[in-house]
Design a binder for this molecule. Structure first.
Ligand SMILES: C[S@@+](CC[C@H](N)C(=O)[O-])C[C@H]1O[C@@H](n2cnc3c(N)ncnc32)[C@H](O)[C@@H]1O
Length: 282
């Protein structure tokens, strides 16, 4: 019998477990009309564009004709504007680098760990509030895959529009339903969701609604910028019967790598937010 040790989470017995069947894009598939591609150029230029026949205008960069790349393998070369570009399938970091920002976003380091705390994966039914700029929405939509679904709630129409556009630019609109809704007064719908992620100023005010929209055993993850908000959130999670609660902060330090001169970068991302996660009890 094989046991995977998962630290504080406990032990998961894997005997007899078969890998689930998942819908994936075969790696060798040619680039398809209608999909979003990234043009990687000299000097770190990355441009996201929908692949369609004929010319496409790239704001600030002119016009490009991608017709000849349809059906070609991902990573194929393209001569454009006096340089050679690579036409590739974008990855999550491309989507996040191209986000239009309105509200303060969840940074990639925090977003990735929120997925872990909330147990989000392929096929997941996930809700989040608020949508803000749609950074976390994009990460969630990417993680749940074609068979999953994200419901994203936001009380401000202007933020909702930005989030909607950002998710659409990533080609992930089909995985997300946006709702203009105040989750404190109007909740997150009936669910049941496998996971709920809260990035709103007062998560503790949402817990009654969040608990009733989560399936038993479903996971909640919260993102709060101050200790005061974190403390109120965790106290409320305990009062609402959440279990296995843990809280943490992630510190990211970039390294400058040079021959014989490798050291931490001088600039460092300071404080971002505190993360908490827990599981809905019976
Ligand atoms: C920090 S932003 C979220 C950023 C987002 N997670 C991202 O990564 O782009 C917080 C958002 O929560 C929204 N919000 C605050 N209270 C809310 C509520 N009660 N119901 C719905 N949305 C709310 C705000 O309008 C704001 O857009």
């Amino acid at each position: 019998m094989t046991l995977i040790h998962l630290g504080q989470v406990g032990e998961l017995e894997t005997a007899g477990v078969r890998p689930p069947r998942r819908k994936v894009v075969p790696v060798g598939d040619g680039l398809r009309e209608g999909e979003v591609v990234v043009l990687r150029g000299p000097g770190g230029i990355n441009v996201l564009v929908e692949l369609r026949p004929g010319t496409t205008e790239i704001p600030g960069r002119g016009v490009v004709d991608l017709s000849g790349t349809i059906g070609q393998p991902a990573g194929t070369g393209l001569a454009w504007a006096g340089a050679t570009y690579q036409v590739d399938r974008p990855v999550l970091s491309d989507f996040l680098a191209h986000l239009r920002r309105r509200a303060q976003i969840v940074t990639p380091k925090d977003a990735m760990y929120l997925l872990y705390l909330a147990g989000v994966g392929p096929g997941g039914r996930v809700a989040e509030a608020g949508s803000g700029s749609g950074a976390l929405t994009t990460v969630l939509a990417y993680a749940v895959g074609d068979s999953g679904q994200v419901d994203s709630f936001e009380r401000r129409e202007d933020f909702l529009e930005v989030a909607r556009q950002n998710v659409a630019s990533a080609g992930l609109a089909g995985r997300v339903r946006f709702h203009r809704q105040d989750v404190v007064s109007d909740g997150l719908g009936a669910g049941p969701f496998d996971a709920i992620l809260l990035d709103v100023p007062e998560p503790w005010e949402v817990l009654t609604n969040a608990r009733s929209a989560l399936r038993a055993g479903g996971r909640l993850a919260t993102y709060t910028p101050t200790y005061n908000q974190l403390e109120r959130t965790v106290r409320a999670m305990r009062e609402h019967g959440f279990q296995d609660i843990r809280s943490l902060e992630l510190i990211e330090r970039e390294l400058h790598v040079g021959d014989g001169g490798t050291r931490p970068a001088f600039d460092m991302l300071g404080h971002t937010g505190f993360l908490s996660g827990g599981r809905r009890g019976p």
